[in-house]
Design a protein around this ligand. Structure first.
Ligand code: SF4
Ligand code: SF4
Length: 336
């Protein structure tokens, strides 16, 4: 019998959904553990950091790292697991592109702390107390990780071998990737382990993709027709700028794609690509184009442009955070 692989799973700034996606493999998890010993999985096992530090370098064959890097402890783990792992995989949108936690890059650390520890109406007598990285207790010094000013995708912190996209990664995508690992049939380093086609190319509604989009609506404003392309109904659907592999789950649930699998291989900036796709169809009829003023009025109907076009990709976008005049920390430089 072939020697079993050594597998690790880790979570950093994450919601736990990626861990649930692993459990969603259902009985297939038995096939996984028949072929790999899981040595690290904080959500399920109590492996200590001190134990991991004693492992020889490259001890793990594969580590699935989910969550983005938001504090110094997560960064330490990223470096540790990079050393201890042959193939480090950014697992899920948070590790891949920053995802929902990355939207916090619209605010500084000071603003996040002010909201969380000063302004929340539900705060009790602890109101105004911010967490400290060091506290002298009678028993000795207590420490907390340093909370960074920004949120970083994993590859802004350490070298990454592969990416498994999605929020969370769809089970078929996980199983196909693991099969490639088990069979030793892995593609070139840096590959995103998911189909390369755009979601529109695989969408059951793509025969109704429109050439014009005269209006923009929000999903609650209309009862969407379950047959036609959302863009044809005035609803922004990220399908043109998003990788397939999700089996059109949101579309089949009659909800527009929000872009969780990230951009297709030829696209660097998913939000910019979607804006460009929209710009090509914002028109009232096939011939005439809208004036700048008409276009501006229409785009003003998008009430949350960052949340719409960069819900998953802000932290890895070309402009990856909001910066204010006078700020000195260069984006991406805070984590070492
Ligand atoms: S990628 Fe999505 S499911 Fe996974 S940790 Fe991030 S927010 Fe949760
Ligand atoms: S824009 Fe959305 S609904 Fe339309 S074809 Fe593409 S994925 Fe399907």
């Amino acid at each position: 019998m072939a020697e079993k692989l050594k597998l690790g799973l880790y979570w950093a700034a994450s919601c736990g959904g990626c861990e649930i996606a692993m459990l969603d493999t259902n009985e297939k998890i038995l096939d996984i553990i028949a072929r790999a010993d899981i040595l690290l999985w904080p959500v399920a096992m109590d492996t200590k950091k001190a134990d991991v530090e004693t492992w020889p370098d490259k001890h793990l064959d594969l580590c699935l790292f989910n969550g983005s890097v938001r504090n110094s402890e997560q960064e330490e783990w990223a470096h540790l697991l990079r050393r201890k792992t042959k193939a480090l995989v950014a697992f899920g949108s948070c590790a891949h592109h920053g995802c929902i936690p990355g939207l916090a890059n619209l605010n500084s650390r000071a603003e996040v702390f002010r909201s969380s520890y000063h302004d929340q109406p539900s705060l009790d007598e602890t109101k105004g107390t911010e967490p400290q990285t060091s506290f002298a207790a009678p028993e000795g010094e207590l420490t907390l990780p340093r909370f960074y000013d920004g949120v970083y995708p994993l590859d802004r912190v350490v070298d990454v071998d592969y990416y498994l996209p999605g929020c969370p990664p769809p089970v078929p995508v996980i199983l196909t990737a693991l099969e490639a690992v088990f069979s030793g049939d892995l593609p070139a380093k840096g590959t995103v382990l998911a189909p390369a086609k755009a979601l529109c190319d695989t969408c059951p509604r793509n025969s109704t993709l429109p050439k014009k989009m005269p209006d923009i609506k929000r999903p609650w404003e209309i009862a969407a027709n379950p047959e036609d392309c959302f863009l044809a109904q005035g609803l922004i659907c990220m399908g043109p700028a998003t990788r397939s592999g999700c089996e059109s789950r949101c579309i089949n649930g009659n909800w527009p794609c929000t872009g969780c699998l990230g951009p297709t291989p030829e696209v660097k900036d998913q939000g910019a690509k979607m804006l460009s796709a929209l710009a090509a169809i914002l028109r009232v009829d096939d011939e005439s184009v809208m004036t700048d003023e008409e276009t501006r009025k229409l785009l003003a109907k998008v009430k949350d442009p960052v949340g719409t076009f960069y819900m998953y990709g802000l932290a890895s976008a070309t402009i990856n955070r909001r910066r204010k005049q006078g700020e000195s920390v260069a984006a991406g430089k805070e984590a070492k």
